[in-house]
Design a protein around this ligand. Sequence first.
Ligand code: SF4
Length: 329
Amino acid sequence: MRERVLRVEDLTTSFRTDRGLLRAIEGVSFEVGKGEILGLVGESGCGKSVTSMSIMRLYDEKYTVKYSGKVWLDEREILSLPYRKMQDVRGHDMAMIFQDALSSLNPVLRVCDQIMEPLKIHQGMNREEGFRKAVEMLRLVGIPSPETRARQYPHELSGGMRQRVMIAIALCCQPKLLIADEPTTALDVTIQAQILDLILELNHQLQMGVILITHDLAVVAQTCQRVAVMYLGQIVEEAEVSELFDHPLHPYTQGLMASIPRIDTGSRERLHMIAGTVPLLHQVPSGCRFAPRCPYASDRCKQCMPELTESREGHKVRCHLIKGVKADG
Ligand code: SF4
């Protein structure tokens, strides 16, 4: 059993809107171990990014959101910390990298200044020490001529290099937890493979916990040890990667799997599509949230929300059908 870095328990995030409080994620619970990479997957609008932004507490709590639940980083509960105290946690104990490095980096600051900022705030480094560390970090993430690159601005770097700079900023204080929100989506496949390899290598080297948010199951298969599938703000299935790929139980996960293009069948079959779209937050069904799109939905599914329960060892699923199969078996 791995040493635990993060425990999220019953996390619910609601947005204040003209229609009242709308729950974007509800009852989300999972853990991440030291050195473990957990994949968080699902379609756009399923709540993956809201989950990560909520763990980091990056939404404006005064006007925009209301949180409930618990988030432990090591043994420290951080969801109830005074907001100002979170500034000591973010960038130091946990860090995040985003999808679009160009819009996440500051265009008017040189690369070294952006890496040095958390080092000054969290470790009190002076300019000289900070620059040395910035160069070291650029070297660690595989940027050639790091002394020269450190003095450049983001627009002078390629997309892949900018993403490496984001990783360098996130890791410069050696966080216990790294959240990577679609870190390769904006990159071409070759650079994507390099960035994923880099995350894997650094994860192995630094033994941090990683949450990798992606809609790409191939990325999960290559990179993660465990995976949680989200649908409409809830986790609907969670298991070890090999277990989930070999035995997907939830109809939504099965739909995602069937949507992966295959080159080994030699046929020209049309790709499977999950019917319909993710409903809007003010149109969330009262029973199983996947019922309007599920080919197996029954009256019970439409009236009663299934719980996330363990159906095989270490394999949790939220579906009435699976519990029924288990009870019959
Ligand atoms: Fe489909 Fe019912 Fe299972 Fe929901 S509970 S996924 S509607 S079978």
